[in-house]
Design a protein around this ligand. Structure first.
Ligand code: UDP
Ligand code: MG
Length: 311
C-alpha cells in the first residue's frame, strides 16, 4: 500500500457488538478529512465473532487487519498495528465507541495547525462508573507525580502521533508498555485537547480492577524507581527513629531508673527498630540494582535526536 496520510489503529478484543456501529461512524469521518487514509484493526485474540466481522470490512481497500495469535493486551496490540503503517499521522482509538470517531477531525486539525508530534486527549464528562473513574483518577495523579510527565489524562486512547514517534516506539521492544507514556519520551511537541467521552456501546470493559492494577504497575515500574526508593527511605527513617528512641530511653533510664523502662523491654524494641530499618534499607539497595538491570534490558535509546541542524 502506498504511503497514506492518516492511519487509524484500533485494537479489538471481543467487540462484536461494537464493530458495525464503529465502522458506520468512522468511515464518514475519515472520508470527510479529504486525505488518503487507512484503518488498521488488530484482532487481539478475540474469541467471539469479531474477526469474522473484521474480515468483512476488508472488502473496503482502506481497511487492513492484523490477526494476532492470542490475546496480548491492548498496548501490545496497538504496537502490532503501528508496525505495519507508514502514515504521516497515526491515530489510536478504542473499538467500543467510548472515543467518538467524530473527534478525529479536530484531532488532526490541531496536530497539523500546531505542528505537534503528539496530540493527547482529556476526557470531558467521562461516562464510566464511579468505580472505573476513581482508580483512573488515582492513576492519573500517581502517573503525573512519578513519571514527571505532565499529562492530564493518561487513560484516553484517542490520541494521534507523528510517524517518527510511532517508529521510535516500535523500536523499543518492551513487554510492559504504556503507549501514551512511552510516546512522551520520543515526542518534543506535545499538546492535549478535550474530547467527548461516551458510554461503552456494547459488551463490557475488558479492564477489571486486576488488569487495571497490572497496567498501572507497568506504567510505574517502567518509568520510575520510586517504589523501591520508598523502601529504602522507609528503612533509613525507621533506623533513625530507632536510634532516637534508644537515646531517649538511655536518658530516661539515667534520670528515672530501671523500673521506668520496663526493665529493658523498651530498649529491645529500640534495637529491633534499628535492625529492621537496616534490613529495609538493604532491600532498597538491592532493588536499586534490579532497577538498573531492568533499565538496561529495556534497551530504550539513551537519547533521541529530533533533528540535526546545519547551515
Ligand atoms: N483491548 C484489547 N486487548 C485486551 C483488552 C482490550 O485489544 O486485552 C481493546 C478493546 O477491544 C478496546 C480497547 O482495548 O478497543 C479498550 O478496552 P476497554 O474498553 O475494555 O477498556 P476501558 O475503556 O474500560 O479502559
Ligand atoms: Mg472502553
Amino acid at each position: 500500500m502506498a504511503n497514506v496520510q492518516v492511519a487509524v489503529v484500533i485494537p479489538v478484543y471481543n467487540e462484536e457488538k461494537n464493530l458495525p456501529a464503529l465502522m458506520q461512524r468512522l468511515m464518514p469521518v475519515m472520508l470527510g478529512l479529504g486525505k488518503s487514509f487507512e484503518i488498521i484493526f488488530i484482532d487481539d485474540g478475540s474469541h467471539d465473532q469479531s474477526l469474522q466481522i473484521l474480515k468483512e470490512f476488508t472488502k473496503n481497500s482502506q481497511v487492513r487487519i492484523v490477526e494476532l495469535t492470542k490475546n496480548y493486551g491492548q498496548h501490545a496490540a496497538i504496537m502490532a498495528g503501528f508496525s505495519i503503517t507508514r502514515a504521516d499521522i497515526v491515530i489510536t482509538m478504542d473499538a467500543d465507541l467510548q472515543n467518538p470517531p467524530e473527534e478525529i477531525t479536530n484531532l488532526v486539525k490541531v496536530m497539523e495547525e500546531g505542528n505537534y508530534d503528539v496530540v493527547g486527549t482529556i476526557r470531558k464528562g467521562r461516562k464510566d462508573s464511579f468505580f472505573r473513574i476513581l482508580p483512573s483518577k488515582i492513576i492519573n495523579m500517581v502517573a503525573r507525580k512519578i513519571t514527571g510527565v505532565t499529562m492530564r489524562d493518561w487513560g484516553c486512547m484517542l490520541r494521534c502521533y507523528r510517524l517518527p514517534v510511532v517508529q521510535r516506539m516500535i523500536q523499543c521492544h518492551e513487554h510492559a508498555t504504556f503507549i501514551p507514556a512511552l510516546a512522551t519520551v520520543f515526542a518534543k511537541r506535545v499538546t492535549e485537547i478535550e474530547v467527548a467521552h461516551e458510554e461503552r456501546h456494547g459488551g463490557k470493559s475488558n479492564y477489571p480492577l486486576r488488569k487495571l492494577i497490572n497496567l498501572q504497575f507497568d506504567l510505574v515500574a517502567s518509568f520510575s524507581d520510586l517504589p523501591m526508593r520508598l523502601i529504602m527511605y522507609g528503612g533509613v527513617l525507621m533506623s533513625l527513629l530507632g536510634i532516637c528512641f534508644g537515646t531517649f530511653l538511655a536518658i530516661a533510664r539515667l534520670a528515672y531508673g530501671a523500673r521506668w523502662a520496663a526493665e529493658g523491654i523498651f530498649t529491645l524494641f529500640a534495637v529491633l527498630f534499628v535492625f529492621v530499618g537496616l534490613q529495609f534499607f538493604a532491600l532498597g539497595v538491592i532493588g536499586e540494582y534490579i532497577g538498573r538491570i531492568y533499565r538496561e534490558v529495556r534497551k530504550r535509546p539513551e537519547y533521541v535526536i529530533e533533528k540535526i541542524h546545519t547551515r
